[in-house]
Ligand binder design. Structure first.
Ligand SMILES: Cc1cc2nc3c(=O)[nH]c(=O)nc-3n(C[C@H](O)[C@H](O)[C@H](O)COP(=O)(O)OP(=O)(O)OC[C@H]3O[C@@H](n4cnc5c(N)ncnc54)[C@H](O)[C@@H]3O)c2cc1C
Length: 406
């Protein structure tokens, strides 16, 4: 293969697909390529997440996450309606089961107000029962703007629309980017497993591989991606009546994830999870997946050890949840006490790309870095699937400004 393009987007998850789609709207006459190493789009984080359209209630007011989650959610729902992507804005409850959680519940509620999340309401135990009859809680936030969606279908539609906009645009599957060189002032050369692409501008949205494609001169060796697996259980068909829509715990502010929750999936069934355990293979989807390169890189980065030291207590609990069904069930029973061992069965998992700095801090927000004619998306954590269209637009605008796309 020898290809030429005006703009090349590397990575066919929702961020790459949304970026290519937005760029095709800004530049209908430019040739755009979307390059993905797998045989299908959206099979890593985007295709293995919880499928929840987040409202924007959790995120620090003023952050990229807050702004883009709310705007991206509204745009995603409109996009799903227009293009017949399976979705349902069914609402969710965030439930406090103990008085010690009420202060944090109220903080989340205040965040929601500051972030302009529509229709949120504090409700009591009786109202919780009216919404979710099997859930036991003392107080909750009702969040009507939350929903569920098929994120992979949304990403594929964005890519398809990009391809249709200009007959030269193409999606290249099974095409793994190996190296990227800046060739003089005018061009970037991309070496792939199937040949070479020469492109005027390149945007990299590589999710779990983002730091590797950026290289050390961009990350300055100070940021590294570490994978955290989230395991899910399914409710058996007989137990599915116990959850109507979405039930979440009050998030622990010390812990970087939202806690195990119940999610009705858009194509049927109820999932419970995910937990968060360190993985030995970034794109490995079983409890025993292992890759030497991923493991050595993770353990030779200071930030990984510092992160473990800071969060060892949670780490131990998360590992117990990964190997003990009984322990996992106990966490779920906090929200639905009547749930039994026979009613949950192990199912799939996903791996989150967590960007850590060398002090072991998680880079909590979306992050990009430009290098002459290349723009790198270094971190696109949850709710980046919800915010995909808004981030796609931010990335396109940043590329226009920093890479000077004309
Ligand atoms: C368990 C879990 C639950 C989550 N739940 C939610 C949720 O409910 N709602 C929500 O909004 N967010 C959720 N998230 C977060 C969300 O899924 C991610 O933030 C989002 O999907 C990131 O999209 P992405 O395009 O950056 O990454 P990805 O979807 O991982 O895509 C990156 C793509 O780049 C490709 N790629 C990598 N390297 C190369 C290369 N060298 N050459 C070519 N292609 C390459 C990969 O194959 C991949 O397709 C969850 C994430 C996980 C893991």
């Amino acid at each position: 293969m020898n290809e030429r393009a005006d703009i090349t987007v590397i990575g066919g998850g929702i961020i790459g697909c949304a970026t290519a789609y937005k760029l095709s709207q800004y530049f209908p006459n430019k040739k755009i390529l979307l390059v993905e190493k797998e045989s299908q789009l959206a099979v890593h984080q985007t295709g293995r997440n919880s499928g929840v359209i987040h409202s924007g209630i959790y995120y620090k007011p003023g952050s990229y996450k807050a702004k883009n989650c709310v705007a991206g959610r509204r745009e995603l729902v409109a996009f799903a309606k227009e293009h017949h992507i399976p979705h349902d804005v069914c609402g969710k409850v965030i439930v406090a089961t103990h008085s010690s959680e009420l202060e944090q519940l109220n903080k989340v509620f205040q965040n929601g107000i500051a972030n302009d999340v529509e229709g949120i309401e504090i409700i009591d135990g009786k109202k919780i029962k009216a919404i979710e009859p099997c859930c036991e809680g003392i107080q909750a936030i009702w969040v009507p703007a939350t929903g569920i969606v098929d994120f992979s279908a949304a990403a594929r539609k964005m890519a398809e629309l990009m391809e249709k906009r200009n007959e030269q645009n193409r999606i290249l599957l099974n095409t793994e980017t190996k190296r990227i060189f800046q060739e003089g002032e005018e061009e970037v050369k991309i070496l792939t497993n199937t040949g070479e692409i020469r492109s005027q501008y390149v945007i990299i949205c590589a999710g779990l591989q983002a730091d590797r494609l950026a290289g050390k001169h961009i990350t300055q060796n100070k940021v590294s991606i570490v994978g955290f697996r989230g395991d899910y259980y399914d409710l058996t068909p007989e137990a599915q009546h116990k959850v109507r829509n979405l039930i979440y715990p009050v998030p622990n502010p010390q812990f970087p994830f939202l806690g195990v929750h119940f999610t009705r999936m858009i194509h049927g069934g109820i999932e419970c999870g995910p937990n968060a355990v360190f993985v030995f293979k970034r794109e490995g989807y079983s409890r025993t997946s292992f890759d030497w390169k991923d493991t050595i890189e993770a353990f030779s980065f200071k930030g990984t050890w510092r992160f473990f030291l800071k969060h060892w207590r949670f780490g131990v609990d998360e590992y117990r949840g990964a190997f003990s069904k009984k322990f996992f069930l106990r966490r779920l029973q906090k929200l639905i006490p009547s749930l039994t061992m026979n009613e949950i069965i192990p199912s799939r998992c996903g791996v989150r790309a967590m960007a850590l700095d060398e002090n072991g801090n998680m880079l909590d927000d979306f992050k990009m870095a430009a290098d002459r004619r290349v723009l790198h998306v270094l971190n696109s954590p949850s709710p980046a699937a919800t915010a995909g269209l808004a981030y796609g637009n931010e990335i396109a605008l940043r590329a226009i400004e920093d890479l000077k796309i004309q």
